[in-house]
Design a protein around this ligand. Structure first.
Ligand SMILES: [Zn+2]
Length: 59
């Protein structure tokens, strides 16, 4: 039987564990996705504001 370890930090995973990464790496990943979405939203917001600003100046 193969010994399952976390794909990221190589910590041993409990038997029957469904995921490829351990709980703490999975939490970090979720946090990273959330942060990524936040910065993406910020960029989109800034671009949208700039776009409206430029568009209004053209009128
Ligand atoms: Zn891990």
């Amino acid at each position: 039987m193969e010994n399952k370890v976390c794909k990221k930090c190589n910590r041993p995973l409990p038997e029957g564990y469904k995921h490829k990464k351990c709980e703490s790496c999975r939490n970090k990943q979720v946090q990273g996705v959330k942060n990524g979405l936040k910065s993406a939203a910020r960029v989109v917001g800034t671009v949208a504001i700039l776009g409206v600003f430029i568009w209004k100046r053209k009128e």
